[in-house]
Design a protein around this ligand. Structure first.
Ligand code: KGT
Length: 277
């Protein structure tokens, strides 16, 4: 089976980003891909909470979700929407950073709200406070597809191995890690983290990414690392999307998951221990 990682340079206008994604979905389907994946915040990259209040929608009214569901159905493909920024209707005005698994019939078969919030100061000039705008999730999610169980994570979640381990030990054979990684931490950590998660779990890891300097109409422009990555259950990088927008195709076979886990069954070798004290 063939997957396609769609690497984007989303702007802060959802209406501009929809046709870009739809065009890449068509190209991916023409190339024979049956599982398509888009990055974190596919609909809108923005650091302005005021702007997001203007352009984001509730899930039920979201135009990106509706358009991509319709396109998945038209093409007859599985689609992992890495995430959408969505209004939640909460009194405090916080958004959800929510990933969706869409079936070839256009149905939502799973939704996952990013659990770990990126609240960090990477350098003197670069600070992120994701929890200021987003309401974190508190539930791990596995999507049931006709090609296997897919454990859903988002971006900064990649730094929390226990989440991935829990997903794999509950039956996931593929892990998705859509991202909008910072260039600084991306260069230092991205590939190593993803390969480690694949090796520890014996899962395929598919991580579609945002890239480049994002055009914004409000607030500060932001740059992201790119390098959408597909990693095998043995930890090999199967494909790297580089720095520019585009499609990355990768063939996968879940027999490779069983083969990797047979060689090193560490996923089933957990032992209880005391301490440290
Ligand atoms: O803010 C939004 O619109 C959507 N959220 C993101 O893009 C998030 C929070 S800024 N990005 C990350 O988690 C990057 C993690 C990262 O770069 C690392 O772990 O090193």
């Amino acid at each position: 089976m063939k997957a396609a990682l769609i690497q984007l340079n989303s702007s802060d206008q959802p209406s501009e980003n929809i046709p870009v994604v739809v065009e890449f979905m068509r190209q991916a389907a023409s190339a024979g891909a049956r599982f398509l994946l888009t990055p974190e915040v596919t609909n809108c990259v923005s650091d302005s909470r005021a702007h997001q209040q203007e352009v984001l929608s509730l899930e039920a009214d979201d135009p990106t979700l509706a358009a991509l569901r319709a396109e998945a159905e038209a093409l007859g493909v599985w689609l992992l929407i890495g995430s959408l920024g969505l209004k939640t209707g909460d009194a405090d005005g916080r958004f959800a950073n929510r990933s969706f698994m869409i079936s070839p019939k256009g149905d939502i078969v799973a939704r996952y709200d990013k659990i770990h919030m990126f609240d960090v100061q990477i350098s003197e000039t670069e600070t992120y406070r994701e929890s200021g705008g987003y309401r974190p999730g508190d539930r791990a999610v596995i999507a049931d597809t006709d090609f296997g169980w897919v454990g859903m994570t988002i971006c900064y979640d990649v730094r929390f191995p226990h989440l991935h381990r829990a997903l794999a030990q509950s039956g996931a054979k593929i892990l998705t890690g859509p991202a909008a990684f910072s260039p600084v931490s991306g260069k230092a950590h991205w590939e190593t983290l993803l390969r480690a998660r694949a090796i520890e779990t014996g899962c395929y890891v598919f991580a579609p990414a945002q890239c480049g300097t994002h055009p914004v109409t409000k607030g500060r422009s932001r740059s992201t690392y790119g390098h959408s990555l597909a990693v095998s259950p043995w930890g090999e990088v199967l494909a790297d999307g580089g720095e520019n927008v585009g499609l990355t195709l990768v063939d996968f076979d879940l027999a490779e998951v069983d083969a990797a886990r047979r060689k090193i069954p560490s996923l089933s070798h957990d032992r209880a221990f005391r301490g440290p004290q």
